[in-house]
Design a protein around this ligand. Structure first.
Ligand SMILES: [Zn+2]
Length: 330
């Protein structure tokens, strides 16, 4: 933890300022082990292996902990990096461009292993805070510790230990995996200063009826219950089917004839996915099978979230015909 993060922290229980009580181990400028304390209520929070810990997974509600635990395993086992992630992230954040990050205080709600947090920092954010509930914070910290403007915090998105001090908050692919997607969105937007901006990307209900009908029962009843290493192996089978169809059907047909391709099932998304390699395919299949909680959000409901935070200049985009991107001023 870098000491300058203290300026952005607030007690998740009472909102008081957070002080560094003591640090018992430093590495370079990172506080690796130590204790933080709330000036107002005197509660203490630990810094462990360089990451301030505001959530005790043993104490958060069971389903939230299960989601974070499952994704935590995934994020420590899928650590491939890919330049295409930049384009992918910009697709989810549209109409935001890299220059938008310049000089801003940025918050990422649900940073996983930190690949987007790192991009935000690379694109010139003054400071970027990536928060996550699960073990993803370990690889996220390792990935970003060399960057002076990145901070990784382990906490619950519903109880953010942060001041309302951010110019921009974004969350991609995370809100729909919480037990209350709208509540998580409101919590995140609540940390953005007046006239700041928010981006969110969520699974859409529209066009995903086949997932809610066929994939969800399998996930709820079976794949989110078995061990992660077992699912990792098992999920290679559906991944193989997906991989072969994007590579041998979707990519070739799209390069030959767009009109014919447009008649294929789920073409926009699967053609796009076909530009990625095996690991990304496997990652996505695993993602859909592992989460104990996944909501598919209808457009009308998503629009409602933005009106609840009185957002202006809202842009809602239908992404890959299976999800919603939102951007607005709050
Ligand atoms: Zn407090």
């Amino acid at each position: 933890m870098k000491e300058r993060l203290l300026d952005l922290l607030a007690c998740p229980t009472c909102g008081g300022d957070i002080l560094l009580a003591y640090a018992s181990a430093y590495e370079d400028k990172e506080i690796m082990e130590g204790v933080l304390t709330c000036k107002k209520c005197t509660r203490e929070y630990k810094i462990v292996r360089g990451v301030p810990r505001f959530a005790d997974l043993g104490k958060v509600e069971e389903d939230k902990a299960a989601t974070a635990g499952n994704f935590g395993w995934q994020w420590t086992n899928f650590t491939q990096e890919d330049l295409r992630y930049e384009d992918q992230l910009l697709g989810w954040l549209q109409p935001v461009k890299p220059g938008f990050f310049e000089g801003k205080f940025v918050l990422e709600g649900g940073c996983g292993k930190g690949r987007h947090t790192k991009l935000a920092a690379k694109w010139g954010a003054k400071d970027v805070v990536g928060i996550d509930l699960g073990d993803g914070v370990e690889p996220a910290f390792a990935l970003t510790r060399d960057m002076p403007n990145v901070h990784i915090v382990q906490c619950d998105i519903f109880k953010l230990p942060l001041k309302r001090a951010f110019d921009y908050a974004f969350s991609v692919g995370v809100l729909h995996h919480t037990p209350n997607p709208k509540g998580a969105f409101l919590s995140l937007a609540g940390k953005v200063k007046k006239d700041g901006h928010v981006s969110a990307w969520v699974y859409g209900a529209e066009n995903n009826e086949w997932i809610t009908k066929y994939v969800n029962p399998v996930r709820n009843g079976f794949t989110s219950q078995i061990s992660q290493p077992a699912l990792y192996q098992l999920s290679k089978l559906p991944t193989l089917g997906l991989f072969l169809s994007t590579k041998l059907v979707y990519r070739p047909v799209n390069s030959v004839s767009r009109p014919i391709a447009s008649k294929l099932f789920y073409n926009d998304y699967l053609n796009h996915l076909g530009t990625f390699g095996w690991r990304e395919h496997h990652n996505i299949v695993f993602d859909h099978l592992v989460a104990p909680t996944a909501f598919y959000i209808p457009k009308a409901e998503f629009e409602q979230w933005w009106s609840e935070v009185n957002a202006t200049e809202v842009e809602i985009t239908w992404h890959n015909k299976n999800s919603w991107c939102g951007f607005g001023k709050v």
